[in-house]
Ligand binder design. Structure first.
Ligand code: GDP
Ligand code: MG
Length: 298
């Protein structure tokens, strides 16, 4: 018998959803940094075995009070996860606390037809007594869910989680070819790599004020006949001051960004990369319907 299905992972920013995705899928496909709200898009990882296929999505963090149109668009991704899931996974960690009347818990209590899992992450950070307390809380809050305690970072119980999810998948076909890891094109990963480097290299509001568009991605050959990818990308910011920070004094910052991104791309694409970066100011892109659409939020 072949089992397959769509597994939707939800939860607040920073609880370890991307880390868990990576532990399960074993390929770097979501951004992991210690800043909240790094995952804005719905990312799908595919995990296949001889007799099963899991299509995993890591939803953007749930934003309780939408401050911008972008946040509204993010929340509508979350809504859509309730609609198309075979299994639902709520990821929480030992550090955050939920109120019983929390909107998300209220929504989840209503979902009685979809098998649900509460994954309590970062158990490496607390002692037994605290774990017992948290277990009691979650069993009370979502009695229909299966509770699994893990450390995504240390890979504690991630195999148990995987086998539990597998057992609960419905009988179903291969949705994607078995050797395929994601349904996103390479272009998407290239822009995610640039975004990740921006997160790592810049501080304060810069990462949140930027958006990356890969304008061009061409496979080419060098003079010596070796494969090379020619990539050009534009980084949009909201203000001139942000543009100068991004570029840095005599361009040192953007050079570092370009170099770090290029090295990761070469590993990811397994070929040489020629990368060109441009910085453009687009006033207030977060509230611009047209731009949000271009950036893939709609
Ligand atoms: P997301 O926003 O839910 O996708 O969270 P991330 O996967 O980006 O993780 C947020 C932070 O928590 C990162 O610094 C991770 O290294 C850290 N983290 C994730 N899982 C664990 C874990 O099991 N134990 C510990 N100690 N830290 C973790
Ligand atoms: Mg994430």
């Amino acid at each position: 018998m072949h089992r397959s299905g769509f597994i939707n992972i939800i939860g607040h920013p920073n609880v370890g959803k991307s880390t868990l995705m990576n532990a399960l899928v074993g390929e770097r496909m979501s951004i992991i940094t210690n800043k909240p709200q790094t995952t804005r898009h719905r990312i799908i990882g595919i995990l296949s075995g001889e007799d099963f296929q899991m299509v995993l999505s890591d939803t953007p963090g749930i934003v309780e009070k939408p401050a911008y149109k972008m946040h509204n668009a993010m929340n509508s991704f979350v809504q859509s996860t309730f609609e198309d899931a075979d299994l639902m996974v709520l990821v929480t960690d030992v550090l955050e606390s939920y109120q019983p009347e929390d909107n998300l818990l209220v929504q989840l209590r209503k979902q009685i037809s979809i098998p649900m899992f509460v994954v309590l992450n970062k158990i490496d950070l607390v002692d037994e007594a605290k774990l017992e307390e948290l277990k009691t809380f979650w069993i009370e809050q979502l009695p229909q869910a299966t509770l699994i305690l893990i450390s995504a970072l240390k890979k504690t119980n991630t195999d148990l989680l995987l086998s539990t999810l597998k057992e609960n998948l419905p009988e179903g076909p291969e949705y994607y070819p078995k050797d395929q890891l994601t349904d996103r094109p390479e272009r998407f990963f290239v822009s995610e790599i640039i975004r990740e480097k921006i997160m790592l290299l810049y501080h304060q509001e810069i990462p949140y004020a930027t958006q990356v568009i890969v304008e061009d991605f061409k496979e080419d050959k060098t003079v010596g006949g070796k494969p090379i990818a020619r990539i050009s990308a534009t980084i949009f910011v909201e203000r001139d001051t942000q543009k100068s920070i991004l570029i840095g004094k005599s361009g040192v910052s953007i050079k570092k960004l370009g170099m770090d991104a290029r090295l990761d791309m070469e590993v990811f694409l397994e070929k040489k990369v020629f990368l060109e970066l441009f910085v453009k100011v687009k006033d207030n892109w977060r509230n611009d319907d047209y731009l949000l659409k271009q950036f893939g939020y709609k």
